[in-house]
Design a protein around this ligand. Structure first.
Ligand SMILES: [Zn+2]
Length: 622
């Protein structure tokens, strides 16, 4: 996989702080020599994702993924290896002996990032120059301060069908790339394309690293649609990103809380009023994937509903979020439990007066009133349960039975048992039902829900290596002396664990490379994950020469046994052939004698594997 000299990759690694890099995506806490956090690559409630800053590697004990900074970026941003190298080289300020641009076999994502950045810069420049008056007047009318607009990189797409290509042509951007980035639309039935965004205020949508991946366009007047967004592209998947997550992340981490609103303007207004932990869901509902992102940084999410719509919306959200998700994000909606204890993200609802959204409320009532609303937020689940109870109580006996069933089903999906029992008590009281009965029904449903997920969960695990193999390879990685002594005795084919075998093969090929350098030479992801696991699991080497000597003896013994086995087999086969060959072939006889002598030397007279042959009729016939 490596086409770069190891020294160059080393230089880049040295210039990248892996904790800082991974910390942009994962909330990391110090734990001994390592940093720990929730794995971004699989759903988990307790952190098993480790980063070792000294070795520059990460490893997840939950899903087994691991690697170095390059590997992390490749997985996180779905980059090819050369793309990851270039991205980190830029960050580390290391010059690469090549020009930029995608090559055959690369994803072209880098070029898409570049085009989106250029387009966003162009549109932003238009907003603040002549021709942008109408857009600036609109900002003023909506109460969006120029500093806020600049901070969010807002732009203005002028009227016209060919504005963008005219602007980007000098930067060498091809038509195909603009199409692929969703900035242009291909014409129906005839060649050519036209600008997607025309006469709109633009909101750049950035990923967690602050790179523009999509644009949202708002019309000023009655033009339809009111909001026009980028389509899904290789950079942008709807429902995965949160608007302003890059700007809000630091505050979310500091305040252990995220505010989640619906629209761009709600989000801008919240930031403008000091609520810089605010993100927008880019749609009417937030998704489990979006909450998964937030859960890496905080333990509480507050969302806002108009008092009229709260019950309805909370019930809808709760039902969506309580559905087991495909990615196995086993998260629970929690009312009060702390993050560390329960692992769940608390999703709360703050009520706004009828007819208000965060934008209008902040402008009418100000930051202090908004803070009060946040402080009195209640659990999303409590709203949803209330709703089920109220709807049921209107419908007589049948309604109550329905409500009982809905509440039980909701409770069944709550991950935290303590939380679920408390809610069951509350709901039973309101339903006029027996809490024990409600709880039993929830448990029954939970058992039924759980069955398919446990089966799916076991299929992904890979077999762990044996302790001896793991320790041996760990030793080879840690000690030069061990490599000098032991590598010549090793046959990689004897290593049973595939990941370790790949590491040993690579060590045989590159005996001089350091443990971290091996990462980019390994042939498979499995091997990289295994290497990361070995490196992160740092144990002090007891008495190096003694351990090396132990392994040397063990390997020599294994070699002898292996040789013994193959020679015995040759002798046995030879004897068989000799028994069927008449008359006895002279060369075969001589070979048999020679092998027999080797065997005798190796084992000193005891030849166990020949017993099989001895049981057969004596080939000499005597
Ligand atoms: Zn993981």
């Amino acid at each position: 996989m490596a086409s770069y000299p190891p020294a160059l990759l080393d230089e880049i690694r040295a210039g990248v702080d892996v904790v800082e890099l991974i910390g942009r995506f994962v909330n990391l806490r110090k734990a001994g020599q390592n940093y720990k956090g929730l794995c971004p690559f699989h759903g988990e409630k307790t952190p098993s994702f480790m980063v070792n800053p000294r070795k520059g590697i990460f490893h997840c004990f939950g899903c087994g993924v691991g690697g170095d900074a390059f590997g992390f970026l490749m997985r996180q941003d779905r980059l090819s290896f050369p793309e990851a190298v270039r991205a980190l080289a830029r960050q580390a300020g290391v010059a690469l002996p090549e020009d930029r641009g995608p090559r055959p076999g690369e994803s072209g994502r880098e070029e898409l990032y570049r085009v989106m950045e250029l387009a966003a810069a162009f549109y932003s420049e238009r907003l603040w120059s002549a021709g942008g008056e109408r857009a600036r007047a609109y900002l003023d009318e909506r109460g969006i301060a120029p500093e806020t607009a600049r901070r969010f990189g807002l732009g203005w797409a002028p009227e016209g069908w060919e504005t963008l290509p005219d602007a980007l042509r000098s930067s060498g951007v091809g038509d195909d790339t603009m199409l692929a980035a969703g900035l242009r639309i291909a014409r129906d039935n005839r060649p050519g394309a036209y600008d997607r965004f025309r006469g709109r205020l633009l909101f750049p949508i950035r990923d967690l690293q602050g790179r523009v991946v999509a644009l949202g366009g708002r019309a000023f007047g009655d033009e339809q649609p009111k909001y026009l967004n980028s389509p899904e592209t290789p950079l942008y998947t709807k429902g995965h990103l949160l608007y302003a997550a890059d700007l809000a992340r630091e505050t979310i981490r500091e305040r252990h809380r995220a505010l989640i609103v619906e629209g761009y303007v709600d989000c801008l207004m919240a930031h403008q009023h000091g609520f810089t932990e605010t993100v927008a869901a880019l749609g009417t509902a937030f998704t489990a994937a979006q909450l998964g992102v937030l859960r890496r940084y905080c333990d509480e999410v507050v969302t806002f509903f108009d008092a009229d719509a709260a019950g309805q919306k909370a019930a809808e959200r709760a039902e969506e979020l309580l559905e087991p998700s495909a990615g196995g994000l086993a998260w629970g909606v929690n009312r009060a439990g702390a993050f560390e204890a329960s692992g769940a993200l608390r999703v709360k609802v703050a009520l706004l007066p009828v007819g208000h959204d965060p934008d209008t409320f902040l402008r009418a009532e100000g930051a202090a009133a908004f803070t009060e609303r946040i402080a009195s937020a209640r659990s999303l689940l409590a709203y949803a349960l209330d709703r089920a109870v109220t709807e049921g109580s209107g419908g007589g006996a049948r309604g109550r039975i329905n409500a009982f069933a809905r509440v039980a089903l909701m409770l069944a999906k709550v991950g935290d048992a303590e939380e679920a029992t408390a809610l069951a008590r509350e709901a039973a009281l309101k339903l006029g039902a027996d809490p024990t009965q409600l709880w039993i029904e929830a448990q029954r449903l939970q058992a039924a829900l759980r069955r398919p997920t446990t089966v799916a969960g076991t299929a992904t695990s890979t077999p762990a290596p044996s302790v001896v193999e793991r320790d041996l390879v760990g030793l080879l990685l840690a000690s030069r002396e061990a490599r000098r002594t032991l590598v010549p005795l090793l046959d990689p084919g004897d290593v049973t664990h595939a990941g370790l075998r790949d590491i040993v093969e690579t060590l045989v090929r590159f005996p001089e490379l350091g443990a971290e350098q091996l990462m980019s030479e390994l042939a498979s992801d499995h091997a990289r994950h295994t290497l990361a696991a070995l490196l992160v699991d740092e144990r002090p080497l007891a008495d190096e020469p003694v351990v090396v000597e132990q392994f040397r003896r063990r390997l020599e013994r294994a070699r002898t046994v292996g040789r013994l086995r193959s020679v015995s087999q040759a002798v046995a086969e030879g004897q068989q052939r000799a028994s069927s060959a008449t008359p006895m072939d002279a060369t075969l006889g001589a070979e048999l004698q020679r092998q027999g002598a080797v065997l005798h030397e190796l084992v000193g007279g005891v030849v166990p594997s020949l017993k099989v042959v001895e049981a057969r009729p004596d080939p000499s016939g005597s």
